[in-house]
Design a protein around this ligand. Sequence first.
Ligand SMILES: C[S@@+](CC[C@H](N)C(=O)[O-])C[C@H]1O[C@@H](n2cnc3c(N)ncnc32)[C@H](O)[C@@H]1O
Length: 473
Amino acid sequence: MRPVTLEWAGKSAALAPLTRPLVALEPVERAGRGDAPRGRLVQGDAIDVARALVAEGLGAKVDLVYLDPPFGSGVDYAHEERLDGAADGRVARARAYVDTWGGGPADYLDMLYPRLAAVAPLLAPTGSVWVHLDWRASYLVRALCDEIFGRERFLNEIVWRRAPNLGRQARSGQFGRTLDTLLVYGGPNARLVPPTRRTEVPASGARVDAEGRSFTLAPRGDYTDASVARLDAEGRIHRTASGRVYVKYWVDRDADGRLWKAQPVDTLWTDVPPLRHASPEERTGYPTQKPRALLERIVAAASPPGGLVVDLFAGSGTTGAAAWALGRRFVLADVGDVAIAAARARLLRDGVDDLSIERCGRSPASCPGVSATARRAHDGSVEVLVHASADHEPIAWSVGLRRGPGGCVEVLAHHERGTGRSPAPLALRSVVAAGAERTLALRVLHVDGTVAELDVSVRAATTARSAARAGAA
Ligand SMILES: C[S@@+](CC[C@H](N)C(=O)[O-])C[C@H]1O[C@@H](n2cnc3c(N)ncnc32)[C@H](O)[C@@H]1O
């Protein structure tokens, strides 16, 4: 076969980042105790993280790679965090990420090409990679994926209806652009497990056989004679008086007597509602956040229970939330400060209690002006108070023990701002069991992704005599 490849000016130089020095993965914060965390959130460029994961031994070990990169939309995206919840409450805004490409599609492809190439070695022979795009770049990226993963490894092009055809879209003088595209490529032994979808069957469309089972009929279509013989043996063939062959499809009846049948989901996904229909608690305010239901479908179809899921353009961490809910392990990465702060808060809020926060060559900007106090009580517990400036409120913080100078913080307690219509405010006080530790480490995160890292001395319990002295003074 003669190869078909996509060319653009400068393509050959685009893979140069794959040969730059490897960047190490460094743990920054650890919630949970086990040796191998079930969830990892890494700040770093997708290229560096993919290469570091391969160097760590995860080559050919990943069941599902989901990538939701910038789409080439030409937009500067802002994250919006509701601080009070009410519709007219305060909203904190921060620049989340930039999706503008001065040099047009060539610049965009220069970004995506080496990153797709970097993730390819991670894929297990039974694994698959899903690339989420829309009309702007999907037609180009499919050709690129053929080149990187192999045209023969193409499994599906899934169309997800992400929005109803309303408003400006519907009156644009074109058909509304309401679809996203998911390109799916698999390893040599990949098998996806599509879920089934319940479809109601009108009572008039069903028949009942002699044993009382309801069924619908469909022409034999492309069933071979051998398949028809097999279906006949299962009692699933119906012959008309004229000898025409129809296949029976069993129909179930629910408690209300309604008839329905389970049909495998195909590549047209119109039944996963857009994020705006998700619960207010699910919406993080991160731009271009995808609905968790979409990622749950992908994770369930493309990875086994306990399997490993990787997303290197993680944004608000939807893939991690879905993977955790379905009992998979995950590695998420994003280059942006705002994304890491949003994803970290979301995962911990969702109850991910075995999480490692790491960096791979990128650290968040630091934030001055945050202070804290820690005081030991008579029962040995330590009360920690965070003092933050009113015009730069944190969204989350943790307190723990630093392992080694400048090292990873082993988390004793963490707090996150809530989401939803009336989000729980961030607690700025914590009581922790810190043994005899004299210093505690705090990480305080803000909406704009900045982080204050503090080492706080634990002050001794105030004795009755010293309290009285303090009162007299
Ligand atoms: C479309 S958003 C992902 C949204 C995510 N799926 C969610 O549900 O929240 C794309 C993300 O890619 C990140 N990104 C852009 N360039 C990157 C790079 N080179 N490496 C890693 N992440 C990158 C951006 O910071 C942004 O968060």
